[in-house]
Structures are given as structure tokens and as C-alpha cells.
Design a protein around this ligand. Structure first.
Ligand code: R5P
Length: 222
């Protein structure tokens, strides 16, 4: 079993019958969703809110009942991946471009479990370029304003065209170097008018489940 699968499947042990779940996006939480699909077939009663069209399709194929974000006020638990995590439980997310819906879902979750492999646990965030979702209108201006904060933003491409998120927006991948004040940077970025949201998740994750190369799994609680 690979490290991502170990972490992804372990997280499902925290799921209880009757829960309303946030379903994250990516190749690690994929394993959680697969496992949930198995359990649903065996009678587990859960409902999920997907964080991307990819996750929505996967959940529908597996027979996991879904509800819309607008129809609920609170989720019991969200399980989602991350691109980097530190010991303060701060995360960089959005490598797959799903950060906006992921953050909306996380914001109404009573518990948030992050599932990662051991290469993603870091001392300082920032080696992974921070994804920032921006609107298409005037994107060059927004890129300039983000670069003035001390980063080197690059417009994310998909083959030869700009990558488009599920929300019809662009993504800037931004190298800030070591991020010392994740909360400050998160708030400053979101004050730029063309920025919709960024991939810094602060005060959201309460549990980090790490799949290790040697086949073990570590769980960190805040
Ligand atoms: O936009 C994508 C999400 O934030 C993912 O959860 C994150 O990129 C981690 O994905 P993966 O588990 O595939 O490395």
C-alpha cells in the first residue's frame, strides 16, 4: 500500500454512521472516498458535499449520496489532502486547483482531517508554490499586485492555455520563499481586489494523518 493510500484510508476510521461529510479533492483523499464508497455499499449511512467536479463525479460513480453546500449549515467532518503542512497545522492547498471550494467546505466543518504522505510535512511552508485563485478580468494587474508582495507568481497553464478552475477563474502559483506569517499573508493576499481566495489554510485543520514510506501511519492532533 502506498503512503497516500495509507493516510487516505486511515482517515475513514473517524467517520461515523449518519455523518455529513466534506469530500476533499486530490490523489490522497481519493483513497478515503474509495473506502467510503465501499462502506456505503455495506450500509454506512453518510452524505457528502464534494469540493470539486472531479470529486463529485467520483462520489456519484461510487454511489455516495451527495447534498449541495447551500442546503446545509454545518458538516461533521471534512477529509482533504494538502500540498504542504507544518507543525502549527497550517496548510498549503490548491495544487489541483480546488482551493476555493475546499476552503468554503472546510469553513463549515466541525472537524477537518488532512491526509498527506510524509514528503509533505515541512518545517516552513513555501517550498510548494502557493496557489492563488484570481478572476480572469485584468489578471495581469492582479499578477503585478501579487508580485509586489514579494512573490514570483506564474499563471498556471494547462497545455497551452491558462488553467481554468471549476469556478471559471485563473490560478497564480506564487513562490514567496519561507512563509513565516501564514495568517498575515493569507489576509493580505485576499485584500487584493482581483484575488478570489488563496491556498493558505490557517486554523482549519485539527488532525493531520501522515502516511509514511515505511508503511506506518502517524496521526497528529492539534
Ligand atoms: O486543489 C487540490 C487540493 O488542495 C489537494 O487536496 C492538494 O493539492 C493535495 O492533492 P494530492 O493529495 O493529490 O497531492
Amino acid at each position: 500500500m502506498n503512503a497516500k493510500q495509507l493516510a487516505g484510508e486511515k482517515a475513514v476510521e473517524h467517520v461515523k454512521d449518519g455523518m455529513l461529510l466534506g469530500l476533499g479533492t486530490g490523489s490522497t483523499v481519493y483513497w478515503s472516498i474509495l473506502k467510503l464508497g465501499d462502506l456505503v455499499k455495506k450500509g454506512l449511512n453518510i452524505k457528502g458535499v464534494p469540493t470539486s467536479t472531479n470529486t463529485e463525479k467520483l462520489a456519484i460513480n461510487l454511489g455516495i449520496p451527495l447534498v449541495s453546500l447551500s442546503s446545509i449549515n454545518q458538516l461533521d467532518l471534512t477529509i482533504d489532502g494538502a500540498d504542504e503542512a507544518n507543525r502549527n497545522f497550517e496548510l498549503i492547498k490548491g495544487g489541483g486547483g480546488a482551493l476555493l471550494r475546499e476552503k468554503m467546505v472546510a469553513s463549515i466543518s466541525r472537524r477537518f482531517i488532512t491526509v498527506i504522505d510524509d514528503t509533505k510535512m515541512v518545517t516552513d511552508l513555501g517550498e510548494f508554490p502557493l496557489p492563488v485563485e484570481i478572476i480572469q478580468f485584468g489578471w495581469e494587474l492582479t499578477l503585478k499586485q501579487v508580485s509586489e508582495l514579494g512573490s514570483k507568481p506564474k499563471l498556471r497553464m494547462d497545455n497551452n492555455a491558462p488553467f481554468i478552475t471549476d469556478n471559471g477563474n485563473y490560478i497564480l502559483d506564487c513562490y514567496f520563499g519561507k512563509i513565516q506569517d501564514a495568517n498575515g499573508l493569507k489576509n493580505t493576499l485576499n485584500m487584493i481586489p482581483g484575488v478570489v481566495e488563496n491556498g493558505l489554510f490557517v486554523n482549519m485543520a485539527d488532525t493531520i494523518i501522515i502516511g509514511n514510506k515505511n508503511g506506518s501511519v502517524s496521526t497528529l492532533y492539534k
